[in-house]
Design a protein around this ligand. Structure first.
Ligand code: TYD
Ligand code: MG
Length: 460
């Protein structure tokens, strides 16, 4: 007879052990062990020791061609690596209310025009999904719908369904459960076992699955980290609550590049694609404000111009405040330290606020130079020229280092009507590809510091 046994599982790495402990022995995270009930069947036969012989292959054996299905929502298809691959399992994470269900309903509805698609919601009743479909104007699409949480029922239905669905949405994996396990839905063992079952079915039947995953307070997909290792693709849907922009970011993709982003705008009728995000992010820029700088960034294969704002303000606190939105706080401290030590700039006891406008998150070190320029511009109260973009990485000795895809960034700046670019000094003089753009090469951060100082002196 099967016997239920109490175990403690880590919600981060999935390690199980019989006793509770404050720190996980696997990943050394604190307070991550939770109680789980697992069923152990005594008397299961020992695994056989002899295995079948494998057929070994060569690298140049002919490939089975991948036929990707396109949803015609270009931003989504690109982040997936150019459409959905049969048999792939995709995990979509994001904060509650950010628009995961909306995005997936739109994608499934668009795909259902050419392929049989299924939307299974464990969180909402079928009527709620229908209401949303009406709001999105997709209620006439041939998408099939079910509200269920029992994975056994879902798998039985999927295996019987004719024609076999090409795409199945599971919203969300934390609400699904297998009756064989005693633990509650959303627990580490349920989430892991359900995902394993779905992966097995996906590989066998060549259906594509998109699983919605809730995120924890820390922003990771709830359930063990192993979930991210098990699936083929991990996407995050992010954005600031107060903004309309939503960014779909690929963090793992076995069938394409991971550094792609898709930009959407949440409106009354759902998510609309934003094919030219630079224009959108720059649309509300004020003219000649000190502390505002345009950074020519890169997201995946796409150049993206964004505004970075800094405010250096007198502080009333003993320890001045450093507040960052959309960039790395450690990186800001480094840029400030380099400015103070290598360029003779003193911020003294001033608060420093830095913000990437539009709710975007930048992770590139290439933004260092733009951040430094924004800080200096605010400190000296000298506006940066309105028609200038900046990019470049700053090293600890104050040197400005070159970054990837400089030409691409310059082209985007020129396309949007910018006239000057401040960029890292290049070792080989490459011919400037764009006659309309004046290039100002800087080798050291101190050069930029001096130009702001001179302008301040001239102004006063
Ligand atoms: P939802 O897709 O339910 O989020 P998630 O599944 O990630 O929890 O999105 C809910 C939010 O989106 C909700 O606050 C309302 C908003 N919304 C719109 O602004 N416009 C729309 O057309 C829809 C469908 C939702
Ligand atoms: Mg939802």
């Amino acid at each position: 007879m099967a016997k239920a046994q109490k175990l403690y599982a880590c919600t981060v790495c999935g390690v199980t052990q019989p006793k509770w402990a404050g720190q996980c022995p696997g990943c050394e995270a604190w307070n991550t062990l939770v109680e789980e009930m697992v069923t152990h069947t005594p008397g299961t036969p020992a695994p056989t020791k002899t295995g079948r012989l494998l057929t070994l292959d060569t690298l140049d054996a002919p490939l089975t061609p991948l036929t990707r299905s396109m949803s015609d929502i270009g931003e989504f298809d690109r982040v997936c690596g150019g459409g959905l691959v049969p048999g792939a399992v995709i995990l979509l994470g994001g904060d509650p209310g950010i628009g995961k269900s909306t995005l997936l309903l739109q994608v499934a509805a668009a795909l259902s025009a050419h392929n049989p698609c299924l939307y299974i919601s464990g969180e909402e009743a079928a009527d709620q999904v229908r209401l949303r479909a009406q709001r999105l104007g997709v209620e006439k699409c041939p998408l099939r719908l079910a509200s269920a949480t029992s994975l056994n029922d879902i798998i039985a239905t999927l295996e019987k369904e004719k024609p076999a669905p090409k795409l199945v949405i599971i919203d969300s994996i934390q609400t699904m459960f297998l009756e064989q396990l005693d633990s509650a839905p959303g627990s580490v063992s349920q989430v892991r076992a359900c995902t394993q079952e779905l992966i097995r079915l996906a590989k066998k039947s060549q259906m594509t699955f998109i699983l919605v995953g809730h995120v924890t307070k820390e922003g990771a997909i709830a359930g063990p980290r192993v979930l991210e290792h098990m699936v083929d693709t991990v996407l995050y849907f992010e954005g600031e609550r107060g903004h309309h922009f939503r960014i779909l970011r690929g963090v793992k993709n076995r069938f394409g590049a991971t550094d792609e982003i898709g930009v959407f705008e949440m409106g009354r009728e759902g998510l609309a694609e934003v094919p030219n995000p630079s224009e959108l992010f720059l649309s509300q820029r004020g003219e000649n404000v000190p502390g505002s700088v345009i950074f020519a960034g890169l997201e995946g294969t796409r150049p993206l111009l964004v505004e970075i704002q800094a405010l250096v303000a007198p502080s009333s606190l003993g320890t001045p405040r450093r507040s960052v939105i959309g960039w790395d706080a450690g990186r800001l401290s480094m840029v400030i330290a380099v400015l103070e030590t290598r360029c003779g700039v003193t911020f003294g006891a001033r608060d420093i606020y830095l913000s990437v406008v539009g709710g975007l998150r930048i992770s590139e070190p290439a933004a260092d130079l733009a951040v430094a320029a924004a800080l200096l511009s605010s400190l000296y109260n000298v506006p940066c020229p309105h028609d200038t973009v900046y990019f470049g990485e700053v090293g600890l000795s104050g040197e400005v280092r070159s970054v990837a895809q400089e030409e691409l960034r310059l082209k985007e700046a020129s396309k949007l009507g910018f006239e000057k670019a401040v960029i890292p000094a290049r070792r080989q003089k490459v011919k400037v590809p764009l006659p309309s753009l004046a290039i100002d090469e800087v080798a050291f951060l101190a050069d930029i510091g001096r130009s702001f100082e001179t302008q301040e002196a001239l102004a006063s």
